[in-house]
Design a binder for this molecule. Sequence first.
Ligand code: ATP
Length: 632
Amino acid sequence: MGDEDWEAEIIKPHMSSYVPVFEKDRYSSGANGDTFNRTPASSSEMDDGPSRRDHFMRSGFASGRSMGNRDSEYEQDEGTQRTGGLFGSRRPALSGTGNGDTYQSRSGSGSGRGGYKGLNEEVVTGSRKNSWKSDAEGGESGDTQGPKVTYIPPPPPEDEDSIFAHYQTGINFDKYDTILVEVSGHDAPPAILTFEEANLCQTLNNNIAKAGYTKLTPVQKYSIPIILAGRDLMACAQTGSGKTAAFLLPILAHLMRVGITASRFKELQEPECIIVAPTRELINQIYLEARKFSFGTCVRAVVIYGGTQLGHSIRQIVQGCNILCATPGRLMDIIGKEKIGLKQVKYLVLDEADRMLDMGFGPEMKKLISCPGMPSKEQRQTLMFSATFPEEIQRLAGEFLKSNYLFVAVGQVGGACRDVQQTILQVGQYSKREKLVEILQNIGDERTMVFVETKKKADFIATFLCQEKISTTSIHGDREQREREQALGDFRCGKCPVLVATSVAARGLDIENVQHVINFDLPSTIDEYVHRIGRTGRCGNTGRAISFFDPESDSHLAQPLVKVLSDAQQDVPAWLEEIAFSTYVPGFSGNARGNVFASVDTRKNYQGKSTLNTAGFSSSQAPSPVDDESWD
Ligand SMILES: Nc1ncnc2c1ncn2[C@@H]1O[C@H](COP(=O)(O)OP(=O)(O)OP(=O)(O)O)[C@@H](O)[C@H]1O
């Protein structure tokens, strides 16, 4: 469904009946509980801007993977657009206040309390995204481009209970042991079966125990020894299966073994590890994990991301920085300003690596690895993790990795988590809201993420749900950073059990007790679908995903959806099979919009491929965990 269609349906005819009424107690607000940053209902704002696909195609960075315009959410994350055009897009505040709450336009100029939503925090779309160099020059701290971002995120928790707070693994955690794992590449070290075998230091072991980890997940069994052996790695494992610890633990083990200590007295901070991820909330989550596992050690992790005060980022770094967790835009700003040196980088980690290498971030990642001082790929260890790895992105990744990198595929590359019960409902655009309310009323207070296509729609649906007396908050790239964090906080703690989100929240977020994901709008690609539904059913817990399939706009997804559903042993509706069959294109090669994911390590001529189950037994007779990707 195009933006225009949706707008025609909702905004124009029903505008008066849906003028959002702000209900303080129902709609999560800004950090002070005071600001709801609303998007005016004008058509000009409906568009997320030029798609990353456009940008991708223009830049010629890679070939043909389809991206819808919703992907621009990611670009917003980096807050690197500092053009006068954006500055000029500010609009006056909308309507007034209620309960002393500020209700303002998305450009946020209406309220002192809401704060000016400066350029640096604003939207970056498509081809207007700057290069890192210009960001650095006129970037977050640029003096000539308007007010600076002043948001300073709250400090992370200091008390041990909060640092180690975790949720329980679910009833299906032990089933991980039966997942087939394929390791490809030469001379892979054997998997380990227990944490003890990893031979980590005592402090790390204590932290692992305090985190409630007693047993390794498959991706950890394979990745930890590979990383400890100094090998480059591309690892693909289902959502919620512990990829973060799979790279953090061996990196920390190495840093501690060689006796790294953070020092605030070093003139130039030179981190030994850089971790990048595509969204601010995700990188913050990774940082908190790094902080948890490095608790009580001399290794210091720091997080920096867009939408926050640059000075704050710098102050965090100068206090000592061994592991730098960063979003790409802020990282390049900091490098451009020579606030860190890269010479000591031993580990470069790309989480959500397929996203980090695609058209949105790929060029920036390329610049990162060619920055002055950055050790060559032969001199550093490069680690890539994701639940999805399209073939063309795997090929691009070769530029970043040593040629003898190892590829670990846990289960089906790009497959959906089997602990998520998937339901696809045929719902036309005009019936979606009614259906959504019906479902949410049945769900009650169980935590639910509702994904929509655009930022504007996220606001609209959130407001609509509030009017329906369903406590809802929203997260998307047009909300100020503090509002995004507040929204996530309200969702996490259960104050608002419904979170309406754009794809900015599709990847990586690990939120306890998310029992349902609803795709109000389906994403443009099947990979994005896999990530979105992976916000539930994590770490052996079960979850449910309901997706509204509008044949008018989603038929391109029918074929890959049928494959994802059947691979995950879910019921496939007959009507969906029919649509898939009618849109089936013989010889469809996998590059077209929304087509099925990569199936294997794309290096065709490797040797030493072994397929094992996660108990470590060879199962050469076993069927490959990854099917041929063709639909039939
Ligand atoms: N060995 C383990 N034992 C118990 N819990 C674990 C273990 N490994 C990871 N977890 C927990 O499982 C949850 C999911 O882990 P994580 O966020 O790393 O998943 P992921 O594979 O990166 O998911 P995504 O693909 O969505 O990014 C986290 O809460 C994490 O603390």
